[in-house]
Design a protein around this ligand. Structure first.
Ligand SMILES: [Zn+2]
Length: 327
């Protein structure tokens, strides 16, 4: 599947003028201008990036306003691979990870629903993947649809990204994309409300968003992990969107396996002890299949929200009525 995704990404990059959607991260209304040297600049004369070019990493523009981001230019200049995070895993480590943690059946179902909803408004939609440096677990089918143009960014360049950006300032013009997929990203941003406001801004009217965010999960990505959401908190985060669907993607069994791993790693003061326990007890997450959706919300490992851009925010009373845990 990975090879297919890679091939699709490469062919997209050569066949579609996604650059036309780009804007300056500091001036969302200002198009980028490309000089003969191939370097990109902001077209607003008062902008720092009017005279100074945006950095390039692995042939991809780094459209980050460093004055307003936790990312620093030094990090990109020092790295040969362009990745801020160490993502290299051996094939065996990847296989073990897949066996222990599996893939959410619900995520796969949600991809199918998302693509159907997306094409209802535009048969040839443009889909933006926020945090698309790695293909999200269970989301492979997003990349395999010939009618969907996928544009992807992350805070590091990879074979799956088109440009590098910070989601607090998405470098796209207003109302230009049909759909946005943001999976396991919002816990890693300092201001999730601002990221969701950016998602709202760059979506077309009635544009579709899909978000998957952890609730009961321990810290991962080290210093870049800040927030968790209950299903209701996640709904409120997307209050400017009309509900299409919401629920649990990973249940209490998966949450328990995460806890067991971190408990063992703490007790024995070694990360490997946690990983060993997770290998032995991987089957605990399979018990999620025995728990009905209605009983998973209060203790979910991760929740999802699918919704359409709206000009009416839900009210405080509506989010209280939204609660769908064990009453
Ligand atoms: Zn600018």
């Amino acid at each position: 599947m990975t090879a297919t995704v890679k091939e699709k990404r490469v062919s997209d990059r050569h066949s579609w003028g996604w650059q036309a959607l780009l804007s300056c991260p500091c001036h969302p209304q200002s198009a980028l201008r490309e000089l003969a040297s191939g370097q990109l600049h902001c077209s607003e004369a008062s902008c720092t990036y009017y005279t100074e070019p945006f950095l390039q990493v692995d042939g991809q523009p780094v459209l980050i306003d460093f004055a307003a981001s936790v990312c620093t230019p030094d990090a990109f200049e020092q790295l040969e691979s362009g990745s801020l995070l160490d993502r290299k895993r051996s094939p065996i480590a990847k296989l073990v990870k897949r066996v222990i943690w599996g893939t959410s059946h619900r995520t796969r179902q949600n991809v199918t629903r998302f693509l159907t909803e997306l094409k209802q408004h535009n048969p040839k939609p443009t889909l933006l993947i926020v945090g698309g440096g790695a293909v999200g677990s269970g989301s492979e089918a997003l990349y395999g649809d010939a009618d969907v143009t996928v544009v992807s960014f992350d805070i590091y360049a990879s074979e799956h990204t088109d440009f590098v950006a910070d989601a607090h300032d998405i470098p796209l013009k207003d109302g230009v994309v049909d759909g946005i997929w943001i999976q396991a990203v919002l816990e890693h941003v300092l201001e999730p409300q601002r990221v969701v406001a950016e998602i709202h801004r760059v979506l077309k009217n009635d544009g579709l968003v899909y978000s998957e965010t952890p609730f009961m999960q321990q810290v991962h990505e080290k210093a870049y992990d800040f927030t968790r959401f209950t299903e209701s908190g996640h709904r409120w985060l997307f209050k400017d969107f009309a509900l299409v669907d919401s629920g649990t993607v990973l249940g209490p069994g998966t949450a328990l396996l995460w806890s067991m791993r971190h408990f063992a790693a703490g007790l024995f003061r070694i990360k490997k002890a946690g990983e060993l326990l997770a290998v032995v007890f991987f089957w605990v997450r399979l018990l999620d299949r025995l728990i009905p959706q209605g009983n998973t919300s209060d203790a979910a490992s991760a929740v999802f929200f699918m919704g359409r851009k709206s000009d009416r925010a839900i009210t405080r009373a509506e989010v209280i009525r939204f609660y769908r845990g064990v009453r």
